[in-house]
Design a protein around this ligand. Structure first.
Ligand code: PMV
Length: 369
């Protein structure tokens, strides 16, 4: 299956027009996303061991500018700058990725790329930037391809291919290319779902979820003690792996239903169970990792007490780190923000938090050429 879709893209690769020098610039911004059902454990070439569902964020984004120019020596060639400074090590990683997709994007053999990227969130915020930065880069490649081919490409076809190649660069990036929410991974509960690309959930989303806020409490901005690559690999020896994948499949079906019907109670139960299960898996891995801080637990307890007292449908999720993502419908914004300011900021490093919300996905950046 994996081979056949790649083969399809390869068979339809846009040939670089020979004898014609070209140059130009493209720019895209793409958001980070927060998983509600978590992707944790993979196999093969970035294929997930279970389906996952995420909200696409809005404020936490990467902005990537790619200048391209014909060159006459074959091979992938690029300069990479992050926030204005050359980054050789990351540039090498991108080069390896681009070399791996050359059969599908043969223009990469003929163009020198100058890639400049920056994030709208601070490097030290603990927000993973690979989903936003890799999807932004892939959107740029897709646009260069479109410019070279002059073809009319349907939006859906464009985004599916962008999701497929974002996934090859960084698994969870597959989910960043769609507005509002995405499903990535084969689920018996969703037609056409696939391990190879994500699908948009916009048509299957109750309006309340399109207004969701994600207030990200920065409990600690330190670097993670375990990379996500190493974390995924630890699932291979985890004694609870089989039960986890079964749970994730069930939670995916239940969450799809809750997202469609606007069932906030079910949403809260699944979101928190998934977050805590992710951390339980890390605690039970060999070696074991505790990625929460005492402040993460204190904030969780305070949040649950606030929910019980007020009946406001606020919940939390966690990424593979200590920071708490506080999730709630827009209509409860002012009460939840007051609560964050009065009771949760004491648990945040330097009282730091990021005010994010569910957003509309990547978009091209206007620039003056
Ligand atoms: O895309 P990766 O390899 O960085 O893995 C992401 C893993 C989690 O963020 C913990 C969960 C998820 O589904 O995003």
């Amino acid at each position: 299956m994996e081979k056949s879709l790649y083969q399809f893209y390869q068979n339809n690769a846009v040939e670089f027009p020979s004898g014609k020098d070209t140059e130009g610039k493209v720019a895209w911004q793409s958001p980070s996303n927060i998983a509600i059902v978590k992707y944790w454990g993979k196999h093969g070439n970035q294929l997930p061991n279970n389906p996952s569902i995420s909200f696409t964020l809005a404020s936490a984004r990467s902005e990537t500018f790619v200048k391209y120019q014909t060159k006459h020596k074959e091979g992938v060639s690029l300069d990479f700058f992050f926030e204005g400074k050359p980054q050789l090590a990351f540039g090498e990683k991108i080069k390896t990725f681009l070399q791996s997709i050359l059969p599908v994007f043969p223009f990469l053999n003929h163009l020198h790329l100058t890639i400049e990227s920056k994030n709208t969130f601070p490097h030290s915020s603990g927000i993973a930037s690979s989903a936003s930065s890799m999807s932004a880069l892939v959107m740029c490649l897709m646009e260069i391809e479109k410019k070279i081919s002059d073809a009319q490409i349907l939006n859906e076809t464009f985004l599916r291919k962008a999701s497929y190649f974002s996934r090859l660069a960084s698994g969870s990036a597959a989910r960043s290319v769609f507005p509002f929410a995405s499903l990535w991974g084969k689920s018996a509960n969703f037609d056409d779902s696939s391990n190879e690309f994500a699908l948009p959930l916009e048509q299957n989303l109750h309006p309340v979820f399109k207004t969701f806020r994600d207030s990200i409490l920065i409990i600690s901005s330190g670097t993670k003690p375990v990379s996500s690559r190493a974390g995924h690999a630890l699932m291979d020896g985890n004694p609870f792996a089989a039960a986890r994948y079964e749970q994730a499949n069930k939670n995916t079906g239940d969450l799809l239903n809750a997202l469609k019907t606007g069932d906030l109670e079910a949403f809260i139960e699944i979101a928190e169970a998934e977050a805590l299960q992710l951390h339980a898996l890390m605690m039970t891995s060999k070696p074991s990792f505790i990625l929460m801080q005492p402040e993460s637990l204190a904030a969780i307890s305070a949040l649950r007490a606030f929910r019980n007292e007020t009946g406001i449908p606020v919940s939390f999720t966690l990424d593979a780190g200590p920071n708490l993502h506080v999730l709630y419908p827009e209509t409860h914004s002012s009460q939840v923000k007051d609560f964050i300011n009065e009771e949760l900021l004491q648990y945040c490093q330097n009282q730091n938090w990021i005010d994010d919300f569910v957003g509309t996905g990547p978009s091209p950046i206007d620039f003056i050429s």
